[in-house]
Design a protein around this ligand. Structure first.
Ligand code: FE2
Length: 281
């Protein structure tokens, strides 16, 4: 029997996010439903599948509805039994003993890749009683409402993305020798979504180190101004996790961040898969 009988897709906010109910991702999904889900994904930028019960291999099979798997950079976090899935956990520590909270601070995933992942998929295995929300900002809407003065300033410009920007407030885990990371890449500051044709700001405070052919004295304040604009409350969608949630989002159209605002004695543990994207243009 198909998994997709009587499912619903309902918006979660006026501009970002939709909730899918009535689909069990362990079951086969027919072609018409697969196409509908893919359309909903690019239309809403965040899809939330409620009430899932997925083992790692089942999650991996489910995400193939939306594309091919992207090889994540830091193999330290790969699940031994299913290495295309990495884990997100609040139980890892930096070598100096401080707790590592993955995903704090707005960013878009792996933008230092030549072809950054189009989507990131998280499945909640264990959640704290409260807190640990994932926050998103809609970079398409933010670009559309960007003052004309700023649009003109960034038209045709590219930003430099590296693994760890020296200007980032958040420090990443050191990479093991097996990591798959280019030295740097340049991506347009405004990218056009390959499926919707919609333009979006594309920047990443964790990984962006400057603007090509622009002095840092001008480029860094400009990046800060763009980020301040994009992270205004009116562009937000805040996801409050529920047990069984599988959440996938469009890295081409959003920034996201995790919140370390919960009781750290409680375990927060999720599986993460990324899906291959395109060269941003
Ligand atoms: Fe992330």
């Amino acid at each position: 029997m198909s998994a997709a009988l009587d499912h619903t897709i309902a918006p979660l906010s006026p501009h970002t996010g939709a909730e899918v109910r009535g689909i069990d991702l362990r079951e086969p999904v027919d072609e018409a439903t697969r196409a509908r889900l893919n359309r909903a994904f690019v239309e809403h930028s965040v899809l939330v599948f409620r009430d899932q019960k997925l083992a790692p291999a089942q999650m991996l099979a489910a995400v193939h509805l939306f594309g091919a798997v992207f090889a994540q950079h830091n193999t330290k976090f790969a699940l031994p039994e299913c290495p295309q899935i990495h884990y997100i956990s609040n139980q890892d520590f930096f070598p100096d003993g401080t707790r590592y909270i993955p995903g704090e601070g707005y960013h878009t995933d792996h933008s230092n890749a030549e072809r950054p992942p189009k989507a990131t998929v998280l499945y909640a295995v264990e959640l704290p009683d409260r807190g640990g929300d994932t926050q998103y900002v809609n970079m398409s809407l933010a670009y559309e409402e960007l003052p004309a003065r700023l649009k003109a300033k960034i038209a045709g410009r590219q930003a430099i993305h590296v693994y760890q920007s020296r200007y980032s407030a958040r420090k990443l885990m050191p990479l093991p020798d097996t990591a798959r990371v280019p030295d740097f890449v340049a991506h347009p500051l405004v990218r056009t979504h390959p499926e919707t044709g919609r333009q979006a700001l594309y920047l990443n405070p964790i990984r962006t180190e400057g603007i090509v052919d622009m002095d840092d004295a001008e480029g860094l304040p400009l990046l800060a101004e763009l980020l301040a604009h994009a992270t205004q409350e009116r562009y937000h969608y805040r996801h409050r996790w529920q047990a069984g949630d599988l959440v996938m989002w469009d890295n081409r159209a959003l920034l996201h961040k995790a919140n370390g605002d919960y009781d750290m004695s409680q375990r927060r543990y999720l599986y993460r898969v990324m899906l291959q994207g395109e060269v941003p243009v």
